[in-house]
Design a protein around this ligand. Structure first.
Ligand SMILES: Cc1cc2nc3c(=O)[nH]c(=O)nc-3n(C[C@H](O)[C@H](O)[C@H](O)COP(=O)(O)OP(=O)(O)OC[C@H]3O[C@@H](n4cnc5c(N)ncnc54)[C@H](O)[C@@H]3O)c2cc1C
Length: 427
């Protein structure tokens, strides 16, 4: 009998549990360790933060869903991973032994790296449902007494799509309330140019996103480092192409949401041979730890290098399609290990993203993630807004039901005709 433990019940961990269970033999066991009792759908947090969703719409208890497939759930959270001993120490002091471990714990949000940043400081966040809920309360007061907004992603961030997404969602909400004229908006980003997205740009993302920001009267500052945030004022240093400070900005705001840099969670940070200096889990081409062959990792917690060096540090995003393919490869490789075969499956590591803009949306496809690419496609349209809602409904329904199907592979890839482009030489 093999026991597979999965750390994290998020976008990577839940499908991982279902796919793993399906790939295992009848006698094998799967246990998921969550950080609390609930699953929540992170991509809907920006909607929650303006009151377009309620918390209950995007969150549900993980245990009953997992139990439908005979998967055990521990909500206590992992305190420390001990890969040399094949065990996980839980926050309540118990230990869980494993034959295989899959780490799917997402990011630790590094608000502490900038004075005054984050929900304990003076800016909001949409990275966690608790933060989005707090942001939603502040939004209700803000729309009663509006003023300037500063939104964006700080130095070292790797997740830029939600910054644009949230800027456009707030813009849409304010227009619907007919108070947009009272809200000067500025997007502050560590990207070297608008639409870089941590990917070196995708298709015409620079022009299209600049144009969308211009159309919606949102100003921007690129190559930006946030020095500190004080109540109602963000101190930002703009840098030149060589990374030298160019201009100081003091940006007043009445509402602000800034995406932080990410790092690895405390339970793995500093574990010898398991993680890099930022605490991201080191993996080989098969999602497997090079030093602990029975440990795998999927999702935002894995270490991947930036696509390119930028004047202000940025990281590469890990998005849904990439995570979906990491999950599929990991399930197949663990089963191979149990059968005494070497791992052979690899994740595609391609970036496909649907980002909502409130009433329309943007979609991009970068195959592979690092340029030059075989497919480099970026598009805007109302269909993306509806595709994103479909993704939310589909994913939550499947997770509650206890099944996992590759949404991106099955629907998004087909919808945008990429299946036909697979394997073709660069155009
Ligand atoms: C606001 C936002 C919007 C996004 N929108 C999109 C989108 O539209 N499309 C897209 O492709 N990608 C999107 N992404 C990127 C990515 O798909 C998501 O970040 C996704 O949630 C990552 O999945 P994950 O499993 O790695 O992390 P998560 O979904 O964050 O899951 C990690 C889980 O691990 C748990 N955990 C943490 N510490 C411990 C511990 N010590 N013990 C046990 N459990 C622990 C957490 O509580 C969490 O449940 C978005 C990201 C953000 C932040």
């Amino acid at each position: 009998m093999a026991h597979v433990v999965i750390l994290g019940a998020g976008l990577g961990g839940m499908p991982m549990a279902y796919e793993m269970k399906e790939a295992l033999r009848a006698q094998d066991r799967v246990t998921v360790v969550g950080n609390g009792p609930n699953f929540h759908f992170v991509p809907s947090n920006p909607w929650l933060a303006v009151g377009w969703r309620k918390r209950a719409d995007i969150e549900f208890p993980a245990a009953p869903a997992l139990a439908k497939r005979g998967i055990a759930f521990e909500p206590a959270g992992a305190k420390r991973v001990h890969p040399a001993d094949n065990r996980v120490e839980l926050a309540d002091g118990r230990y869980l032994d494993y034959d295989y471990l899959v780490i799917a714990t997402g990011p630790k949000l590094a608000f502490d790296e900038i004075e005054g940043l984050g929900p304990s400081g003076h800016t909001h966040s949409v990275c966690h449902v608790d933060h989005a809920e707090k942001a939603a309360q502040a939004w209700q007061s803000f729309v009663g007494d509006p003023g300037p907004i500063v939104v964006g992603a700080v130095q070292g961030a790797s997740c830029f799509g939600p910054a644009y997404e949230f800027a456009f969602i707030m813009d849409t909400d304010l227009r619907r309330r007919k108070i947009r004229d009272r809200v000067p908006m500025t997007l502050v980003t560590s990207e070297p140019y608008i639409g870089h997205l941590g990917l070196g740009g995708v298709g015409d993302s620079k022009t299209m996103l600049e144009s969308a920001l211009r159309e919606r009267h949102i100003k921007w500052i690129c190559n930006a480092k946030v020095a500190k945030v004080e109540p109602g004022v963000m101190h930002v240093t703009e840098h030149d192409e060589d990374g030298k400070p160019k201009r100081e900005h003091q940006l007043p705001f009445r509402h602000s949401m800034m995406l932080p840099a990410f790092k690895g969670i405390d339970a793995v940070a500093g574990v010898e041979g398991l993680v890099n200096p930022r605490g991201f889990v080191l993996i080989d081409a098969h999602q497997r730890s090079p030093n602990y062959p029975n440990v795998y990792a999927v999702g935002v917690c894995v270490a991947i290098p930036p696509v390119e060096v930028t004047p202000v540090p940025t990281g590469a995003p890990k998005t849904g399609y990439m995570i979906e393919s990491m999950v599929a490869a990991t399930a197949a490789n663990i089963r191979a290990g149990i059968d005494g075969r070497p791992p052979s499956e690899k994740a595609t590591w391609n970036a496909i993203c649907l980002a909502d803009m409130g009433d329309t949306g943007i979609a991009f496809v970068a195959l592979p993630q690092i340029p030059p690419r075989n497919v480099n496609w970026f598009s805007e349209g109302r269909w993306v807004h509806f595709a994103k809602i479909a993704f939310e409904k589909y994913f939550i329904r499947k997770m509650k039901k206890g099944t996992s199907e590759p949404f991106y592979e099955k629907y998004v890839m087909k919808a945008i005709g990429i299946t036909r482009l697979k394997g073709r030489p660069p155009a």
